[in-house]
Design a protein around this ligand. Structure first.
Ligand code: NAP
Length: 489
């Protein structure tokens, strides 16, 4: 029987899975998406300056390479256009069921998926491709609700609010804030940047490619492929620095420090923004515009903790009160929640939340014992600090396709990873963090117990080797008593 598959989430992961499955003859596919269109994080994150700091030649599908990228790192509209174009070109846009927020997925011999608005979808397999960076995190600051000015999160940018001439506070200095602060600094009357931790920076100017360079990519055979390979290996070098903080990591640190020193002429500001943790422990930020923006006369960096929000501003630990018209939360995402609050219920009523009570874990970040024919994309321990998540997603799409192909060939209704396989791979993943920079500070890669649940601890190449070919011995294939009917829309 041809398995039917529901894919939840139509970002890069969901689109990759849909294309891969369709290419291999799976016809009964449904792509559920909470937003009105394909795009995932690139649909939601449209703050000024939003872009990917991974070069587009690598941050793109291997099977849909473009030779005409206008610049090194594409801005959000370009990436969204690319992803939607790929979906269209491969005919998976027609699988989309938009405006469908999934509330619950339940195994009853197949998967029944319930949307928040009461619709029901059924399939024999489930792919959860909701990612790690989709639920905005709001800081727990006393009085936050009392603030009477305007406020919004970077992932829900309010373009209708005119920032010109306003006094604005930005909370957070992560990858998102680093992109939007330089864009708004020249517009606002006054910008207060509340920084909890400093960051390590590397340069990224991202000017459009000169015409001659574009022509070379376009017309000289092999250059595009070479470029992609080069960027892949460049990313692996960054991972090497994070894996070996006391040797090659020091080279990365020195490179970053000299760049930052060049950019930060003011000694007091330099002291204020200088990171106090190992290079690579948190995400290294690529920007040549952020540190100069902090030196504008209308911008001030504040490093004291925010203790309270009042109706007209923010109070900091030293007792100072800062009046503002608008607060922009650049405070990131609830990364360790993965697909939650979506409820995922396996056989016997056991929930994924119970299974992950001590921290999320899955074999290769994708498969969880006790949850048959369920696959997670960009799941636990598959984030990268030095590569392209699109590359991982392609590997994952091929892996889950192999599992479903094997199930189809064997006439099995369900395929499930063996518990001992998952337990051993989880131990190996956690052990491989030892001695790396990732263990040397607190970051969004860790859950509240301190376990690193977001990142893959090694190289992209290594993940590729492990996940490229599925080993059937690691799985059980079984019949199910009540095969689910075809999906209903
Ligand atoms: P983030 O990296 O998690 O940064 C959140 C910022 O908010 C940090 O500076 C954090 O400080 C601060 N913060 C959080 N809670 C706070 C609180 N209660 N009080 C004060 N400060 C607080 O989030 P993000 O910038 O949105 O980026 C998230 C991820 O999205 C990135 O790491 C990256 O993977 C992805 N992203 C990628 C790109 C790209 O170009 N590829 C661009 C944007 C985002 P601490 O550091 O002290 O926690």
């Amino acid at each position: 029987m041809d398995p039917s598959v529901i894919i939840v989430g139509a970002g890069f992961g969901g689109v990759a899975a849909a294309i891969e499955l369709q290419r291999h003859g799976f016809r009964d596919l449904t792509l559920l998406e909470s937003a009105p269109q394909i795009g995932g994080t690139w649909f939601h994150n449209h703050y000024p300056g939003a872009a990917c700091d991974v070069p587009s030649h690598l941050y793109s599908f291997s099977f849909a390479q473009r030779r005409d990228w206008p610049r090194l790192c594409s801005p959000q509209p370009e990436i969204l256009r690319y992803l939607q174009g790929v979906a269209r070109d491969h005919g998976v846009d027609r699988l989309l069921v938009p405006d469908t927020r999934v509330a619950r997925c339940e195994w009853d011999g197949g998967w029944t998926v319930h949307s928040e608005d009461g619709r029901r979808f059924q399939a024999s397999a489930l792919v959860i491709a909701t990612g790690q960076l989709h639920q905005p995190a709001w800081p727990n600051i006393p009085g936050r609700e009392a603030f009477a000015g305007h406020s919004f999160h970077s992932a829900q940018w309010d373009h209708d609010y005119d920032l010109r001439g306003k006094r604005v506070a930005v909370i957070g200095t992560g990858a998102s804030a680093v992109q939007f602060v330089p864009e708004i600094a020249g517009e606002v009357q006054r910008l207060l940047v509340f920084q909890r931790s400093g960051n390590w920076f590397l340069p990224r100017s991202n000017r459009p490619y000169p015409a001659a360079t574009k022509a070379v990519f376009q017309h000289v055979p092999g250059v595009q492929a070479f470029r992609r390979k080069f960027l892949f290996n460049y990313g692996e070098t960054l991972t090497m620095m994070i894996r070996h903080p006391r040797t090659i990591g020091l080279v990365g640190r020195a490179r970053s420090a000299s760049f930052m020193r060049l950019q930060l002429r003011d000694a007091a500001l330099r002291r204020a923004v200088w990171p106090d943790y190992t290079f690579g422990c948190k995400r290294v930020l690529f920007s040549s515009a952020f540190l100069p923006a902090l030196q504008r006369p209308n911008v001030q960096v504040l490093t004291e903790a925010i203790t309270e929000m009042t109706p007209d501003g923010l109070r900091t630990a030293g007792g100072g009160h800062h009046e503002v018209d608008c607060v922009i939360y650049g405070t990131g995402f609830r990364t360790t929640d993965f697909m939650f609050p979506m409820e995922v219920v396996g056989p016997g009523g056991r929930t994924l939340r119970e299974t992950w009570a001590q921290g999320a874990h899955a074999h290769l970040g994708m498969v969880v014992p006790g949850f048959p024919s369920m696959f997670v994309m960009y799941g636990p321990n598959t984030n990268t600090s030095g590569g392209s998540i699109v590359w991982y997603l392609e590997v994952q799409a091929a892996y889950l396709r192999q599992a479903l192909q094997l199930a189809r060939e064997r006439g099995a209704g369900a395929v499930e990873v063996r518990p001992e396989v998952e337990a051993a791979s989880d131990r190996a993943v956690q052990a491989r963090f030892a001695g790396t920079a990732w263990t040397q500070c607190d970051s969004w890669y860790r859950d509240e117990r301190g376990r690193i649940v977001a990142n893959w601890p090694g190289y992209m190449r290594e993940y590729g080797v492990k996940a490229r070919t599925l080993d059937p011995a690691e799985y059980t294939f079984s019949a199910v008593s009540a095969p689910a009917p075809a999906p209903s829309r």
